[in-house]
Design a protein around this ligand. Structure first.
Ligand code: NAD
Length: 353
């Protein structure tokens, strides 16, 4: 089933099987004649296929997108875009590729079309994280928001099972934290619940049958809802911890989110049990953190930070860094509480109630 909407943030968003082949319609909508296609080295084939569909209007492909949007890669890509006189960007891939498109847009003002192949949700936010000199900084700027998103379930159907699960939990983390965001509205809560519901229902189906395009579309819709809400409200403890673990310990993005989420939600449920009650209802009951942990284990998600290479001796330093410049959180964050949370997440224990 195909669907086209104008999102709350003004983006044109389309869902439907084979939509990537309708790319020229969207380029015409932007009055674009020379589109530069972006991807990671791992997704060159998808990028080439897309460039073929674009035909004469393709200005070429740039396939060196990398995790955490390194500024030196962006500088190269901007130079390349200028050398081929690109008038638009088409990003096909996950958060890394879409991040590169945003970074180019920030510097050049070129309009972007995003074709997401994971559930991370970057395509729906005006947020850009970039790394330079080993440091990751994040900014929010309307200029980096893609104008159009094409969600084609055939593209996400090739996502390997582990990435499917980790990426889905990464998306669910945006929605779970949106439920208690200080600046939440009725509309953001509705979007967050819609996103969580889509994954609660769709993720078990895509794990059982990776090629189930209806379920892939449902989970893509979840990614859009979760990503959109990430761009609309502030995040809290969970995102802070993942930022610290990714930025200072180089842990992989989606896996870290998948492991930390049940623990962060269990921690915060003590402060806002009513607000988080729908998480339990959607995932089959129990305390919200435990419900997420059970769901994550059922879907085959990783459960222990130690399996990502974090050592037990890193936990004190991670606690200390996370306590510096803390994000607003619905529940007071103490050194002892945080250290206990990290210990459980490191060891692969169930979250403490
Ligand atoms: P990713 O884009 O880094 O992709 C991981 C790997 O999977 C890459 O090699 C990629 O080519 C490959 N891949 C992606 N889709 C595939 C598919 N369908 N089939 C086969 N291989 C595929 O991973 P991600 O989790 O989507 O993105 C993570 C990055 O996005 C992080 O840098 C994170 O900070 C950023 N992010 C940004 C925002 C934002 O709003 N700015 C939101 C979420 C994530």
């Amino acid at each position: 089933m195909s669907l086209s909407i104008t999102s709350i943030n003004g983006q044109k968003v389309r869902f439907g099987t084979g939509l990537r082949n309708d790319i020229c319609t969207e380029l015409s909508g932007l009055d674009a004649q020379k589109a530069l296609v972006l991807s990671t080295p791992q997704q060159v084939d998808m990028a080439m296929e897309l460039a073929t569909a674009i035909g004469d209007r393709a200005a070429g492909v740039f396939t060196r997108a990398a995790m955490h949007t390194p500024v030196d890669v962006t500088n190269e890509a901007v130079e390349h875009a200028q050398s081929v006189q690109a008038d638009s960007i088409v990003s096909i891939g996950g958060g890394s590729t879409i991040g590169l498109g945003k970074a180019i847009a920030l510097r050049t003002g070129l309009p972007q079309i995003a074709i997401p192949t994971t559930y991370a949700g970057s395509e729906a936010t005006p947020i850009l994280g970039q790394t330079e000199g080993g440091e990751k900084t994040t900014l929010t700027d309307a200029k980096v928001l893609p104008r159009v998103i094409l969600y084609d379930p055939e593209l996400v159907a090739s996502l390997p099972p582990a990435m499917t699960v980790n990426s889905a939990l990464n998306a669910m983390a945006h929605a779970a934290e949106a439920l208690y965001a200080k600046d939440r509205t009725e509309q953001t809560t509705e979007l967050a619940l819609d996103g969580l519901r889509a994954f609660a229902d769709g993720l078990p189906k895509v794990i059982a049958e990776p090629g189930d395009l209806n379920a892939r579309q449902e989970t893509h819709r979840g990614a859009w809802a979760c990503g959109t809400v990430l761009g609309l409200v502030g995040m809290a403890l969970h995102h802070k911890l993942c930022h610290v673990l990714g930025g200072s310990f180089n842990l992989p993005h989606a896996e870290t989110h998948a492991i930390v989420l049940p623990h962060a939600i269990a921690y915060n449920a003590a402060g806002v049990p009513d607000v988080l009650a729908p998480v339990s209802q959607l995932l089959g009951g129990g305390e919200p953190g435990q419900a997420l942990w059970d769901f994550a284990r059922k879907t085959g998600a990783p459960t222990a930070l130690k399996d990502l290479g974090l050592t037990e001796t890193d936990l004190d330093r991670a606690t200390e860094i996370a306590l510096r410049n803390p994000y607003w959180n619905p529940q007071p964050v103490t050194a002892e509480g945080l250290r206990g949370l990290l210990q459980n997440a490191w060891a692969g224990n169930a979250p403490s109630a």
